[in-house]
Design a protein around this ligand. Structure first.
Ligand SMILES: [Zn+2]
Length: 351
């Protein structure tokens, strides 16, 4: 703990500039808070506020209470109505750790989450968090050194995009580490298995579990009258976040159910508002390629290494990352490395 405290003290001396979020009205009374930090290893989550007749529903909290309090201040400038429901699209901490700040601001708040949330938080969630606390300070220190020296881990000069992302990651990770040691985790008070309808006066909100995908406990929030859907991390840009807690074999069917809603507007878990379904279909094509390639490989009795060689995701890497070296790195980090392994393990579980 002493070492961590020293590192954190060092971080406090050199805070990076805050990026924050933009506020976008998607329909009357439907407001998106869209994060503006560069895509990186650390993300904060987008939020959605749905303003009803006498109360508000919010989708997702944030990586820290501090981030949530900034969104709460912005929301209070828009409406004096209290937030009655906070829906967590999944239990990943960047969508969840700010729950206590929302409850503090709105004491009557109900927290809506998938019924597997408590179990996931206590298991893989606790392990991930312990890993972050153990390795996070070293990561922050390394990133700050790379930014200061202008060189990446391999000694190559940093391009501007990578440098900005490293600086943002170090800043966010530093604040996260500082906050997470004392955070109060507030699990759902209302649990959803398949579907829940919430009426905010005349406005209808559907909370739907479309199936496992980004995690086994994903929820989407659907506004049928406005045809707006908040997808959580089932959809994220500029690169998909599939990750090691994904269920890649079920992901395509789950995403097809989301596409079946025929939304006009998608608010992804991270990245800008999407106003046509083309980016969602690109994610679908990617997860189908992973599912089908890994299934074929496992059916042929191949090892994980053989599967990695067989399932070639280079075209998808180029489609999501373009010529950006940094986005290519993120694609490898969030898709190629974890998703193939998660799919391979899942295929063995099923057989
Ligand atoms: Zn996530």
């Amino acid at each position: 703990m002493g070492r961590l405290a020293c590192l954190l003290a060092a971080l406090l001396i050199a805070p990076a500039a805050r990026a924050g979020f933009t506020v976008e009205t998607l329909a009357p009374g439907v407001i998106a808070f869209v994060r503006t930090e560069p895509a990186g290893m650390m993300f904060d989550a987008n939020n959605l506020a749905v303003i009803g007749e006498d109360a508000v529903l919010v989708v997702d909290s944030n990586a820290t209470g501090e981030s949530s309090r900034e969104v709460i201040r912005a929301l209070r400038r828009i409406t004096p109505k209290p937030v009655r429901y906070l829906v967590n699209t999944h239990w990943h901490l960047d969508h969840f750790e700010g729950n206590a700040a929302w409850r503090e601001a709105y004491p009557g708040l109900e927290i809506v989450g998938h019924e597997a949330t408590r179990q996931e938080l206590a298991g893989i969630g606790a392990r991930n968090r312990a890993g972050m606390l153990e390795f996070g300070p070293g990561m922050v220190e390394a990133l700050r050194k790379r930014v200061a020296g202008g060189r990446d881990r391999g000694g190559r000069p940093l391009d501007a995009e990578t440098k900005a992302a490293y600086a943002s990651d170090a800043d966010q990770a530093g604040r996260y580490l500082e906050a997470t040691r004392s955070v109060l985790f507030l699990p759902p008070t209302i649990e959803v298995r398949d579907r829940l309808t919430i009426r905010l006066g005349a406005r209808t909100v559907e909370v739907i579990h479309p199936g496992p995908g980004h995690t086994r406990a994903d929820l989407v929030v659907w506004l049928p009258a406005e045809r707006i859907v908040a997808t959580g991390d089932l959809v994220a840009l500029p690169v998909p976040l599939i990750g090691n807690t994904a269920r890649p074999l079920e992901y395509p069917a789950t995403l097809e159910r989301v596409l079946g809603l025929q939304a006009l507007v998608y608010l992804p878990g991270h990245g800008p508002v999407i106003r046509d379904d083309a980016p969602v279909r690109r994610v679908l094509a990617l997860v189908k390629a992973i599912r089908d390639g890994v299934k074929a490989s496992v059916a042929a009795g191949e090892t994980l290494e053989e599967t990695r060689r067989r399932v070639d995701l280079a075209a998808f890497r180029e489609s999501f990352a373009g010529t950006s070296r940094w986005r290519g790195t993120l694609f490898d980090m969030y898709v190629v490395q974890p998703a193939l392994e998660a799919a391979w393990r899942q295929a063995h579980e099923a057989s």
